[in-house]
Design a protein around this ligand. Structure first.
Ligand SMILES: [Zn+2]
Length: 181
């Protein structure tokens, strides 16, 4: 990615490439499986956010593509571990009542006191954490800080989770459950 330039309508990348900064990953409008990586004018005349394959298949070659860049993890929005730590320590986490066998807490983007820093922290965990497969079969990205392990889920998910490592195991189960088995 080139140098960042700022103009009054947002950020653009230096050079001929046009980019569009978006809040989080969005699914490709054709397949819904892959994340969209660009916005193109389609051969049907309307605009769509598509994955690379489908942009190649349905993008009108007479129009320039816009690369989609997820803002919170990119360029000038990148944060440090210390900033991520300061953010998580400043938030009120809510206990996940629906999953008593995997006790954890979470913060929703819309409940955050600083939604911009929330997105950047989730992006930081995704970029720097340890990627592990959970019981559900899904991969999450984990980051240990203090008495907690924090994790980010799929790129389209903005929730920030944590478990208390003093009372839970790596797979999320409660320590006491294991002792009584
Ligand atoms: Zn696609």
């Amino acid at each position: 990615m080139g140098a960042w330039l700022c103009c009054h309508r947002g950020w653009i990348v230096a050079g001929p490439e046009i980019i569009k900064i978006i809040m989080g990953a969005v699914p490709c409008g054709v397949c819904w499986d892959a994340d969209a990586v660009c916005e193109v004018r389609t051969v049907w005349g309307w605009w769509a956010s598509l994955c690379e394959d489908h942009a190649g298949e349905f993008g009108d070659p007479d129009y320039e593509w816009r690369e989609l860049v997820i803002g919170p993890g990119a360029g000038p929005w990148q944060i440090t571990e210390a900033e991520a730590a300061r953010y998580v320590e400043s938030q009120s986490f809510v206990f996940a009542r629906t999953m008593p066998r995997a006790p954890h807490e979470y913060v929703l983007l819309r409940r955050s006191t600083d939604p911009s820093m929330h997105l950047r922290t989730v992006a930081w965990i995704r970029a720097n954490g340890e990627r592990r497969r959970w019981r559900s079969g899904h991969y999450h990205t984990y980051w240990s800080w203090g008495d907690y392990e924090y994790w980010a889920m799929a790129p389209r998910d903005t929730i920030l989770n944590r478990r208390d490592t003093r009372i839970t195991n790596r797979d999320g189960s409660r320590r006491l459950d294991e002792q009584t088995d």
